[in-house]
Design a protein around this ligand. Structure first.
Ligand SMILES: [Zn+2]
Length: 238
């Protein structure tokens, strides 16, 4: 009768450990998924970059527009001046020469402004391309991120259900175990990376691979009392 009781006692603990290991795996996966929820630094940096490039683009567009207005203003002076010059209304040679000089001056100015406009248009195009490609990159990144977030949320939901189910099983298994034994088991489990039990193979503790004294091996084989490995403190079972 004692040996049957012992076998039950050990197998109850082994079942509990299996449940605990299954729980640990699911809790670990849940934490991993949870840590991947929320915006990544990469995504935030990409969004900031797009905003910066949009600001640069606005500046480039404004600068080019100003130059265009400057050119328009000059053209609106040159046109009427030339009309006046060729109208024949001015007879005084000095006055004609002055007007011609004014027109030449305005045209030189316009030519310089048009050169600046070409530079401004090239800058504007560069700014537009940079903004467009960064925005496309951000859109792709956000799509991938949204997909991953949905996957993680679904995974966490499934894991939460499995964890709740295992918690119920664990509670049922734990009530079958004597309070002192359960207390020792829980304590060792925390201290030994989730595994409180170790199998004895010949005279070896498979938990820490140390050779066990013969009396310890014999006690573990008999299984009447809780026997711990003198090295790793795990509960030994044969
Ligand atoms: Zn050991």
């Amino acid at each position: 009768m004692v040996s049957i009781h012992t076998m039950t006692w050990i197998s109850d603990l082994r079942r509990l450990q299996e449940t605990d290991v299954a729980l640990d795996i699911r809790r670990g996966s849940f934490s991993d998924a949870e840590s991947r929820m929320g915006e990544t630094e990469e995504l935030i940096a990409s969004r900031v970059r797009v905003e910066e490039l949009a600001a640069e683009l606005r500046v480039a567009r404004g600068g080019q527009k100003d130059i265009e207005l400057e050119a328009d203003a000059l053209k609106s002076k040159i046109g009427p001046a030339e009309t006046k010059l060729y109208s024949g209304s001015i007879k005084n040679p000095k006055e004609l020469a002055d007007l011609q000089a004014d027109i030449d001056q305005l045209k030189r100015h316009l030519s310089a402004v048009e050169d600046r406009d070409l530079e401004a248009l090239a800058l504007l195009e560069t700014a537009e391309n940079a903004h467009r490609s960064a925005a496309a990159e951000l859109t792709a990144m956000e799509a991938a991120w949204n997909e991953e977030q949905a996957e993680m949320a679904a995974l966490m939901k499934a894991l939460a259900i499995e964890i709740a189910e295992h918690d119920v099983v664990r509670a049922e298994e734990a009530v079958e175990i004597a309070a002192d034994t359960l207390k020792a088991y829980n304590h060792i489990r925390i201290a030994r990376q989730g595994r409180a039990l170790a199998k004895v193979d010949r005279n070896l503790c498979l938990g820490c691979r140390i050779s066990l004294p013969t009396n310890v091996v014999n006690k573990a084989r008999a299984g009447n009392v809780l026997v711990q490995c003198p090295n790793c403190e795990r509960i030994l079972h044969a």
